[in-house]
Design a protein around this ligand. Structure first.
Ligand SMILES: Nc1ncnc2c1ncn2[C@@H]1O[C@H](COP(=O)(O)OP(=O)(O)O)[C@@H](O)[C@H]1O
Ligand SMILES: C=C(OP(=O)(O)O)C(=O)O
Ligand SMILES: [K+]
Ligand SMILES: [Mg+2]
Length: 599
């Protein structure tokens, strides 16, 4: 049926790609629903009440993580995979049923509905907050295409986050989803405290407010804001500009009285709990003192211990300045979590991270273009070119990249996006970022599901447009292999992806134990989807973040012929492929490229 290296290409015609039924009935935003023009920034973001979970200030959370904290559904149930030779990677599934194949239930439905070619390649991340922490809401997001759930340790208690993780894991187990978990650290940013329970407070033009490092009893005195950074009053100078959320509200420092800093509001707007603060002097960001704060604070280390104990799939590090901190964290994780592998994502959101971009990306397992804070640290008009640069560099270095923040900001309040937002999302998809992320839109907005639908539909539409119009940017992909064996893998993947495009195959199949070959194929951004077969649940979940990969868990042997036969019959039985489909298969056990029609 097939031969290694000596390519046997069957002449029977592959099934034509099915582009039918791309847009589902729920996609009304592109088909003419009406919205009022939004002229003003919303004057009262209504945060829906959390259904069951209690939200309190993270810093007052007395609970420290312990080894016994790993009581999350899957971590506790984890067994060392009986799957052969996987180096003891944690697997959340019971010992392998050799006859079965596991794939995300939503992807499976999508494959059956839309056909191979039309499955979504861009991955979607949703930040979970009060609007989406309940099981039903989490399930709605999973069904809507959420590949990764992000929890932001800047908000909520560890207990709150633990329950979210538990719910996601339970849904995965009971309903067959494969949603991965990303934990995002608070980092050493300077931010305001809670607003005494209020979801937002308006600061009016000319008002005088006190920013102070003092701890206040609730309720806060009027027009008083707590600041989390001890050195704040010493660092600011009279005349400095104080920017909330990168300029959504602006104050001028008018007087310092001990720990209190008196400021006059110069650009009125809404203050949100724990909003980020930056201060500027003579038009430049004051970074010197801020930069002395450690990237990973002592609270972050406790959160990281929590993430390791809970077995999260990704840890995103805020305000990374250099590669060392990432290297240090990776060895920390390796020592603490010997059996699991947690990917470390570097958030690019500071001037220092731009300066040391390449070494940071090389040291990390992936990167996030965190445009929220980045836009507060460099001029806004520089953000788009930095985004493009980061996305390209990550692809060249074979690291997954996430584009984050304000993609659909207006959908926090409105059911349809602005045209500008749709254009921004389209651009990120066109740049072929691995993943797009929702923040406030899903964490505390009124239309989390609709926002996710917009990301899904824009991704599908732009990806299809690119394929049909053949807008391929010929991106030079430099050799990145560090050994001869890696070079072979890299050449095989580059060639297989090129062959897949030229032969217009229906799918690439990759059999990979550690996921590396799958990411090398993803890096080529081929026209067809990539079915990535891997033996462990944790690798399968991590592959969720990468462009174009459809991860399956399957126990397989080194014998490719039997792997292929087994895969074909399992996938055919589930209606995911059919006889005649043209497939190219590669594997990291047997270095070969095989081209064949599904029997
Ligand atoms: N776990 C949570 N508990 C309460 N509110 C949250 C939580 N996560 C996110 N939010 C809300 O969603 C908003 C957007 O989330 P995100 O962008 O992740 O945070 P930030 O605004 O701090 O950068 C936050 O400002 C906060 O109001
Ligand atoms: C994603 C970001 O980080 P956070 O939401 O944690 O501030 C950002 O700043 O864009
Ligand atoms: K954060
Ligand atoms: Mg940030």
């Amino acid at each position: 049926m097939s031969q290694s290296l000596n390519l046997s290409i069957s002449t029977s015609s592959p099934t034509s790609p099915n582009f039918a039924s791309l847009s589902r009935p729920s996609t009304s935003f592109l088909t003419g629903s009406f919205r009022f023009p939004v002229k003003f920034r919303p004057s009262g973001l209504r945060t829906p009440a959390p259904p069951e979970l209690l939200i309190t200030k993270a810093s007052s959370d007395p609970e420290a993580p312990s080894a016994s904290a790993s009581a999350s559904a899957s971590a506790a149930a984890a067994t060392l995979g009986s799957d052969n030779g996987v180096g003891g990677v944690l697997s959340a599934v019971p010992p392998a049923d050799t006859g079965s194949i596991e794939v995300d239930a939503v992807t499976e439905a999508e494959l059956k509905e839309n056909g191979f070619r039309s499955t979504r390649r861009t991955k979607l991340i949703c930040t979970i907050g009060p609007a989406t922490c309940g099981s039903e809401q989490l399930e709605a997001l999973a069904v809507g295409g959420m590949n990764v759930a992000r929890i932001n340790m800047c908000h909520g208690t560890r207990e709150w986050h633990r329950r979210v993780i538990e719910r996601v894991r339970r849904l995965n187990e009971e309903k067959g989803y494969a949603v991965a978990i990303m934990m995002d650290t608070e980092g050493s940013e300077i931010h305001m405290g809670e607003l005494g329970g209020a979801s937002s407070v308006k600061a009016e033009d000319g008002e005088v407010w006190i920013f102070s490092v003092r701890a206040f009893e609730s309720p806060l005195p009027e027009r008083t804001i707590h600041v989390n950074y001890e050195g704040f009053a010493e660092d600011v100078k009279v005349g400095d500009d104080l920017l909330v959320d990168g300029g959504m509200v602006r104050f001028e420092v008018i007087e310092k009285i001990g720990p209190d800093v008196k400021c006059r509001c110069t650009d009125p707007g809404l203050l949100l709990p724990r909003a980020n603060l930056t201060f500027w002097r003579h038009g430049s960001l004051v970074r010197e003192r801020n930069a002395m704060l450690p990237t990973i604070s002592s609270k972050d280390w406790l959160d990281i211990d929590f993430g390791i104990a809970e077995g999260v799939d990704f840890i995103a590090i805020s305000f990374v300045k250099s590669a060392e901190v990432i290297t240090h964290l990776r060895s920390y994780i390796k020592a603490r979590a010997r059996d699991s592998d947690i990917s470390v994502i570097a958030k690019i959101e500071s001037v220092d991270s731009l300066r040391n971009l390449e070494e940071i990306i090389l040291a990390s397992d992936g990167a996030m273009v965190a445009r929220g804070d980045l836009g507060a640290q460099i001029p806004l008009e520089q953000v788009p070119s930095e985004q493009q640069k980061i996305v390209q560099l990550c692809r060249q270095l074979n690291k997954p990249v996430i584009v984050a923040s304000q993609l659909l900001e207006s959908m926090i309040e409105y059911p349809t996006p602005t045209r500008a937002e749709v254009a921004d999302v389209s651009e990120a998809v066109r740049q072929r970022a691995d993943a797009l992320m929702l923040s406030g839109e899903s964490a505390m907005g009124q239309y989390p599901d609709k926002a996710l639908t917009v990301l899904r539909n824009v991704s599908l539409r732009i990806e299809r447009w690119w394929r049909e119009e053949k807008h391929h940017e010929v991106m030079e992909l430099p050799d990145i292999a560090s050994s001869f064996a890696d070079s072979i893998s890299e050449e095989i993947c580059n060639s297989a992806a090129k062959m897949a495009n030229n032969l217009e195959v229906d799918a690439l199949f990759v059999y990979t134990k550690d996921g590396h070959m799958a990411s090398l194929l993803s890096r080529c951004r081929p026209d067809c989807p990539i079915f990535a077969f891997t033996t462990t649940t944790s690798v399968r979940r991590r592959l969720n973040l990468q462009w174009g990969l459809i991860p399956f868990r399957l126990s397989f042997a080194d014998d490719m012929e039997s792997n292929l036969n087994k895969t074909f019959s399992l996938l055919k039985a589930r209606g995911m492929i059919k006889s005649g489909d043209l497939v190219i298969a590669v594997s990291d056990m047997l270095q070969s490229i095989q081209v064949m029609n599904v029997p």
